[in-house]
Design a protein around this ligand. Structure first.
Ligand code: HEM
Length: 404
């Protein structure tokens, strides 16, 4: 048996993640020694119980990367620097500083009116569909799934439609990680800084204004840092959740027959995706504040521990096998748990955007079909996120909304 550390890169994260996690579990158990790019060592937790333990014990498993004991091993130009690099924000803070930010963000998201959110998401989804419905085909990732969440989150920030469009395009460029992404990052930062300054001067009924008004005492700089986290967390995850759900609905006969008109099947498809193809596969990172034993391994103080959310969802303790229906079982770890888990109101917002995104598309283009064979759909080359590279479909041309 090869007990060497497992590289956290390579094709199998795209082609056969379930088989890969099974092999990891058979060889190493629930806590797997891994190598990041540049042979930087870390641990990947794929046991359900062990992951729960890490996520819910924030005193022992800290979030701040200042605890990391391997900064000295990071090669120059390390590709993971943007993921690991410490930016002061809700994501990388611990203790009272984290609670201060988390309370304000949760309250600001909780106050988003769910009924209005549903109405606005429907309007945005219709507008995106209007952009391609008179043709006979499209790549849904390009024109729909990667754009909808940005538009809706822009609205919760109080941006108008044109600014929301701009933000949504910037995020798409950022996620594509090509030569435009550095420019897009700068522009996103500038747009959010302008937004924070304008809400500080003239508060409105939106997320940044509510963050300013919260007793947490946010500065404009802190608002920008945390708006960036909300924006990235929302657009990336919801975009992939929507794309992966549409892929499932368009490729699996169980859903193909029933989704049109049956709202309950949409919810089932969304839940199944969170178990089988969750958007956030691996979440960085925690650092033990003391030597600690976990899943039969000794983790040293300051070791990097990654949350293997997808691996833990497939732990036999909770997973009934791919063929089983997950029904109303929401015990997956796709939103993580504990203090740093995805804020509950954010999960609700995500579910509304994704549900409406599937429903509107199916309502508007009832004969929509995948334009390639199901096994030709390619997955993004990333151990961190799971989402399709493209989702080509064809359909009969349909009128724009105003022309119906
Ligand atoms: C499918 C949709 C989503 C998934 C799968 C998802 C998943 C996650 C995960 C895995 C984390 C990290 C948890 C950890 O480190 O323990 C997280 C954090 C976070 N998410 Fe989500 N998320 C989604 C949607 C959203 C949306 C729509 C928003 C905002 C509107 C959002 C806001 C946040 C924030 C602010 C954090 C940081 C929490 C903290 O560090 O305290 N997420 N999310």
């Amino acid at each position: 048996m090869n007990t060497n550390p497992i590289p956290l890169y390579g094709d199998r994260f795209q082609t056969d993640p379930v088989g890969l996690y099974r092999e990891m579990r058979e060889t190493h158990g629930p806590v797997v020694p891994i190598l990041l790019a540049g042979n930087v060592p870390a641990w990947l937790v794929i046991g359900y119980r062990e992951l729960h333990q890490v996520a819910t014990n924030s005193d022992v498993f800290a979030r701040s990367t200042r605890h990391w004991n391997a900064w000295g091993r990071v090669p120059e130009g390390w590709p993971m620097t943007p993921i690991i690099n410490q930016i002061p924000s809700i994501l990388y803070s611990d203790g009272e500083e984290h609670r201060r930010r988390a309370r304000a963000i949760s309250a600001a998201l909780e106050a988003v009116d769910r009924h209005e959110l549903r109405t606005v998401t429907t309007r945005m989804a219709d507008r995106l569909v209007d952009g391609f419905c008179t043709s006979t085909g499209a790549d849904l990732r390009q024109v729909y799934t990667s754009r909808l969440a940005g538009l809706v989150v822009g609205w919760t920030f109080g941006l108008d439609d044109a600014e929301g469009e701009r933000l949504s395009s910037l995020i798409t460029a950022l996620v594509d990680a090509d030569e435009d992404s550095a420019k897009a990052q700068g522009e996103t930062f500038a747009l959010l800084s302008e937004l924070a300054a304008s809400r500080a001067a003239r508060p409105g009924h939106d997320v940044p204004s509510r963050m300013f008004a919260h007793p947490a005492g946010y500065t404009p700089q802190e608002i920008v840092e945390d708006l960036l986290v909300v924006l990235a967390a929302a657009t990336q995850n919801v975009g992939e959740w929507l794309g992966n759900s549409l892929r499932l609905v368009l490729t699996d006969d169980r859903f193909a027959a029933s989704v049109f008109g049956a709202r309950s099947s949409v919810r089932e498809a969304l839940n199944e995706v969170l178990w089988e193809d969750t958007p956030c596969q691996v979440q960085p990172a925690r650092f033990p504040t003391q030597d600690v034993e976990l899943g039969g391994k000794l983790l040293r103080r300051g070791d990097m521990v990654l949350l293997g959310l997808a691996g833990a969802n497939h732990d036999r303790q909770v997973h009934q096998g791919a063929a089983a229906s997950h029904g109303g079982n929401h015990a997956h770890l796709s939103f993580s748990r504990g203090e740093h888990g995805c804020p509950y109101p954010a999960q609700e917002i995500a579910e509304i955007i994704t549900t409406v995104g599937v429903e509107v598309l199916m309502d508007r283009l009832p004969d929509i079909e995948l334009a390639v064979a199901p096994d030709e759909v390619r997955w993004r080359h990333s151990p961190w996120m799971r989402g399709v590279v493209s989702l080509p479909v064809h359909f009969s041309p349909a009128p724009r909304m105003g022309e119906v």
